[in-house]
Ligand binder design. Sequence first.
Ligand code: FAD
Length: 307
Amino acid sequence: MRNVVIMGSGCAGNTAAIYSARANLKPLVISGHEAGGQLSLTSLVENFPGFPEGIHGPELVENMKRQAENFGAEYMHGAVIEADLSKRPFRLNVEGEWIETRTLIVASGASARWLGLENEQKLIGHGVSSCATCDGFFYRGKKIMVIGGGDSAMEEANFLTRFGQEVTVVHRREEFRASKIMMDRARHNPKIKFLTSTVVDDVFDASKHLVTGVRLRNVKTGELWEQDVDGFFVAIGHIPNTKVFRGQIETDDEGYILSKGGARTSVPGVFHAGDVQDRVYRQAITASAAGCMAAIEVERYLEAEGH
Ligand SMILES: Cc1cc2nc3c(=O)[nH]c(=O)nc-3n(C[C@H](O)[C@H](O)[C@H](O)COP(=O)(O)OP(=O)(O)OC[C@H]3O[C@@H](n4cnc5c(N)ncnc54)[C@H](O)[C@@H]3O)c2cc1C
């Protein structure tokens, strides 16, 4: 029987592990299929406090893991494929092995939706990004492309005009899903151009390990053409990793955990941390902060129960 199991090994899970390990709770972290979380996909992280020259994403999360292990946190490979939160102890199926725990911190993140192109996947962190706040700074004076037609695409495009010489928004439909206010703001921005009824067929150049351009296709006419691009931002949404808790923890329509104050979820003893609940900020530092909050709540919860 575990005191606390942490589901996810990104910034949120690792920080929760540091705090709960230092509180002597001997946490077990289930790494999931993306050990280290989203930061393991990126190269230089320049906005995590404490690293004036920046730090590579994989190194940052590996450091956090080592820090947690130094205080006694254990890590387990695999993903939670089934969960029973209907009674205590909670039961989690980690790829065939059932684990029992008094408390659970859900730090399973929200995966960015990608277009699914082979070269797009190869170039994530090398010109392909899903986060303007994180990576916009790298594209000062460069040509930027944003894919998507919703509010987040418009927000990313507007933000990126602070850096890029031009920002092209590519959207597969003629009409946009974005709200009128976001659309108006984007349309009035002289640096933003729109390409509608257009999809991306390929991203170049994986052999150089950086984005140099894209091949585009007009879905109405079938016309194909290539365009030079330095930064390629995919803004077509995120998928919160909460499928295994469906019907057990309250979520919103898209599956983000609904907070019941602090780090609490609708199930007493189950806490949330990081992007799995946060559809607004989605940063390493906010995820880490949320991991800290969840661990402190676990500690107090267990103490109140006399453990
Ligand atoms: C390309 C890229 C660049 C970025 N750059 C920056 C940056 O420069 N600065 C910044 O502040 N932020 C950046 N971000 C955002 C930042 O990475 C996220 O906000 C942060 O990683 C969220 O942390 P998290 O722990 O909540 O979730 P994640 O990092 O998404 O981690 C989720 C964890 O949950 C695990 N998991 C999922 N499902 C299961 C399951 N069923 N069972 C067990 N485990 C599971 C995964 O394996 C993973 O370990 C970037 C994101 C991307 C994609």
